[in-house]
Design a protein around this ligand. Structure first.
Ligand code: PGA
Length: 287
């Protein structure tokens, strides 16, 4: 119902997908499933636009009042559980900074009394914070093997290779991995989870990349790639704007994207404060 409500309100699968942090095929599949369950078409396509059918309009009214009731229920439960105040201490990998703030905005609407302290840093620092127990919840690209943690995946995290739009490989299909050995790559600083994933992926395939500059943030990698200093390997979440503005393009390379996931992580056995428990549940359900 939630997915349907978003598509109906936006009259667009793409906008609903962005709003819900889902892929577009996942959104259309959910809508098709609902149509099948209800036994009526809810949308019709006229040219390039979608419209609600008469049944769709009726279902939309219900979906809105159900959503409203759920919100009321959650606010009431939050009060009962003492979530009308409290503090949430979370740390996220610098790469997750591209989507966590908008999730926090929705969380804040639901629990306006909770004060959030958000730290954005690289993987290495996150591991230290988990070890020292200075944080309730961490969002990272790979749970640590060396610490006893509870980790649950909540969202896909594809890694892609980006180039400036004028790059000779920009319009080629199915570029073999080996071809990348002729290019120079900009790499993140040691301690970055993206860098660890990149090194592991190429090492497992016996590919040796030429690395140029070492660059300390996703933003700086994007700027350097645009300036023509080399190719960059980044989480797709970090380049949405540059792709829309056509400042960067994703190269179509065999075996890409590297599919990773985002995990919500805390120390095993840690008694999470109510606010952190609520945020964890929220992340898992938002996914
Ligand atoms: P990072 O984050 O590259 O910014 O450290 C991603 C991750 O944890 O994989």
């Amino acid at each position: 119902m939630k997915v349907f409500e978003s598509v109906a309100r936006n009259l667009s699968y793409t906008r609903a997908a962005t709003e819900l942090f889902l892929s577009q095929p996942a959104v259309s599949m959910q809508v098709r499933q609902l149509e099948r369950q209800l036994g009526v078409p809810l949308f019709e396509r006229v040219g390039r636009r979608i419209h609600l059918t008469e049944a769709g309009r009726e279902v939309y009214q219900y979906s809105r009042s159900i959503a409203q009731q759920l919100d009321e229920m959650e606010t009431l439960l939050a009060d009962l559980k003492g979530l009308s105040s409290g503090r949430l201490r979370i740390s996220v990998a610098s790469t997750a900074n591209y989507f966590v703030p908008s999730l926090l905005a929705t969380f804040h609407q639901r629990y306006p009394g909770i004060t959030v302290s958000l730290d954005v840093t690289n993987r290495e620092t996150l591991l230290g914070q988990l070890r020292d127990n200075t944080v309730d919840i961490v969002v990272m690209g790979q749970p640590p093997a060396s610490l006893d943690v509870d980790a649950q995946a909540f969202m896909e995290n594809p890694l892609v290779i980006v180039a400036p739009p004028g790059h000779p490989l920009a319009n080629r299909e199915n570029i073999p991995l080996r071809r990348l050995q002729e290019e120079t790559f900009l790499v993140r600083e040691p301690g970055s989870g993206t860098r660890v994933a990149m090194e592991r992926f190429f090492a497992e395939r016996g590919i040796r990349l030429k690395t140029g500059m070492e660059v300390g943030s996703n933003e700086a990698i994007k700027q350097s790639v645009q300036a023509g200093l080399g190719l960059g390997l980044l989480s797709r979440a970090t380049v949405e704007q540059e792709l829309t503005l056509k400042r960067l393009t994703i190269l179509r390379i065999a075996e890409f994207p590297i599919m990773r996931h985002w995990y919500v992580v805390h120390r095993h056995g840690k008694r999470l404060p109510a606010a952190a428990e609520a945020f964890k549940r929220f992340l898992l359900s938002a996914a």
